[in-house]
Design a protein around this ligand. Structure first.
Ligand SMILES: C[S@@+](CC[C@H](N)C(=O)[O-])C[C@H]1O[C@@H](n2cnc3c(N)ncnc32)[C@H](O)[C@@H]1O
Length: 262
């Protein structure tokens, strides 16, 4: 029933669930009012806010009906948390509805990011916090970096798909976007943690699930080229034993700002 959502959880949700508390701590949002999770996906960030802030009401919006249904089905806080279908670029809420708006691993995927941020500022209260984070796809997010470096080494045409070209994934880019809008006290920070894999199979097999640009690329390879890529990724990771646990560092860039008085 939730094939895509479950695949997302296995590929990325398990890491966004580790990143989410770091964004909540960095955002420093008060435990009051309504909180909007923009691009809530399978619910990682909403869940983390609900754990850390026990008084606020939370709403997650996402264009994917399946993710919304999955997140509602796993909702551990049904009284004060819910998820609905929505697009950050055209929010249905009145001005000043939310005390805080948060977004995890989403802004790089939104076609009109200026429109989305303008919408978040509109639906937030003056003095409210708007915070977001995006992976450092170019360097610091080693799980994907190792994958794309190997992909480009075995197939030069993969270069144009390499997620290093993602918007807003480098130092100061999210900050610059926030500073172009009606936000004060804008600050940026890297969020770092370590991704722990049980084995090389635990690293590699989620790439076969068709998730994100990397999963889509793998899906299109024939069996021979997929095996070539698998071997190259494993070689580059330099694991002493592929059946042993290992860790990769991971970095996302986070930004926060306060909605200026209107
Ligand atoms: C990488 S996932 C992140 C999901 C979740 N926040 C997490 O951290 O696990 C990107 C999400 O952005 C959502 N998304 C894409 N375009 C969007 C838009 N215009 N407005 C809101 N969400 C959007 C996708 O549906 C997807 O759930």
């Amino acid at each position: 029933m939730f094939g895509d959502a479950e695949a997302y959880e296995r590929f990325m949700g398990r890491w966004s669930r580790q990143l989410a508390p770091l964004l909540v701590d960095f955002a420093g949002i008060p435990d009051t009012g309504r909180v909007l999770d923009v691009g809530s996906g399978t619910g990682a960030l909403t869940d983390s806010v609900a754990r850390k802030r026990t008084q606020c009401e939370l709403l997650g919006i996402d264009p994917s009906q399946e993710y919304v249904a999955f997140a509602n089905s796993r909702n551990a806080y049904p009284v004060r948390v819910r998820f609905e279908v929505g697009d950050a670029q055209a929010l249905r809420f009145a001005a000043g509805t939310f005390q805080s708006c948060l977004s995890l691993l989403v802004f790089n995927f939104i076609p009109d990011r200026n429109k989305a941020l303008t919408e978040l500022i509109r639906v937030a209260k003056p003095g409210g916090c708007i915070a977001a984070a995006v992976w450092d796809y170019g360097v610091g997010m080693r799980m994907l970096r190792s994958f794309w470096d190997a992909a480009v080494a075995v197939d030069a045409t993969a270069s144009k798909l390499d997620e290093r070209h993602m918007p807003l994934c480098r130092d100061t880019e999210l900050e610059a976007l926030w500073k172009r809008h009606k936000l004060t006290q804008v600050t940026q920070r890297p969020l770092d943690f370590s991704m722990r894999f049980a084995s090389f199979a635990d690293y590699w097999e989620p790439f076969l699930l068709g998730q994100g640009p990397a999963g889509s690329y793998v899906r299109k390879l024939d069996a021979g080229n997929r095996e070539k890529l698998r071997a190259e990724v494993q070689r580059r990771l330099e694991l002493p034993r592929p059946d042993q646990p290992f860790s990769l560092p991971s970095r996302a860039w986070a930004v926060r700002g306060i909605v200026a008085a209107r």
